[in-house]
Design a protein. Structure first.
Length: 288
């Protein structure tokens, strides 16, 4: 089994029919998949944390299927509040992991970290929920894997973002969820979407992370004066790097290419590279 792996977390893609005025969302996801495919080092898995489509239409899932079929790494999905389970499963009938029960909750155990996927969708409502049935399922899974490092994925974050109108449609049942999570020390992170912003928070004794949207970002509206505002901040996805010696480190990867350059005042690159290489060896020796 590998000592490290990379997960690309894509979220809130809001895929629409290609003839829609909002088909920029589709283009952005295509660019995202292209970037993931060409990323170095190789990405091992893609996780889509909900709001896969904008309306949950069958036609939108067909567009989504066509786009993500081009992904080299395997893509795993959970629904968000814009999704419809019945239509999702009709188009992605080959995704056998979605057949576990009436909720699309499942696990993946062939990586160095045990992955748990929680379906928080409440059909027809923007808020999410972890009901008693889902809580019971999670309790059993956590108890059975209490000696393994664990990462949990879900659409609705179990903590407030500070943007009141997004928190108003947050996750119900979070108090019980928090009590469960706090009782374990092996949970590396809770990784969510929904808010269309990159947000980090310490929660229930672990690391909470909200991924940005591949489609568009929500305005950073702490005072609550910009209700439902979106902006033109860059589309992005989260890259989670787990290694045996370092645990989990998360990065934000912007989809659009940016210019990469070295400060023109640096004359001898090789000289600096030798210095940093030596410094790294000395650092590792000191910390050993």
């Amino acid at each position: 089994m590998k000592n490290e792996f990379f997960i690309a977390q894509i979220s809130d893609m809001h895929i629409v029919n290609n003839e829609s005025q909002n088909n920029l969302n589709n283009i952005q996801l295509e660019k995202t998949i292209n970037k993931i495919n060409s990323f170095e080092p190789k990405i091992d898995l893609v996780v889509a944390t909900g709001d896969l489509t904008d309306n949950g239409y069958i036609s939108e899932y067909k567009v989504l299927q066509k786009i993500i079929s081009k992904s080299i790494p395997k893509v795993l999905m959970i629904p968000g509040n814009h999704d419809k389970r019945e239509n999702l499963i009709k188009i992605f009938s080959n995704q056998k992991y979605l057949y576990n029960n009436k909720f699309f909750c499942y696990t993946k155990n062939n990586l160095p970290v045990f992955l748990i996927f929680i379906d928080t969708l409440v059909e027809g409502k923007p808020e999410g929920e972890v009901c008693e049935e889902r809580i019971k399922w999670l309790k059993e899974i956590l108890f059975q894997n209490k000696d393994k490092p664990i990462i949990i994925f879900l659409h609705h974050p179990p903590f407030d973002s500070g943007i009141w109108w997004m928190d108003a449609i947050g996750l119900k049942g979070r108090k019980k969820l928090k009590q469960i999570i706090e009782s374990y020390t092996n949970i590396e992170a809770i990784l969510a979407g929904h808010v269309h912003r990159s947000i980090q928070k310490k929660w229930a004794g672990t690391f909470g992370h909200i991924a940005p949207s591949t489609a568009h970002q929500i305005e950073l509206d702490i005072k609550g004066n910009k209700f439902l505002h979106i902006n033109n901040e860059p589309s992005a996805f989260s890259l989670h790097h787990w290694s045996k010696g370092n645990g989990l480190t998360s990065h934000i990867c912007y989809i659009e290419k940016s210019k990469s350059y070295v400060n023109s005042e640096v004359k001898d690159i090789n000289k600096f590279k030798k210095y940093f290489t030596k410094a790294k060896l000395e650092f590792d020796k000191f910390e050993k």
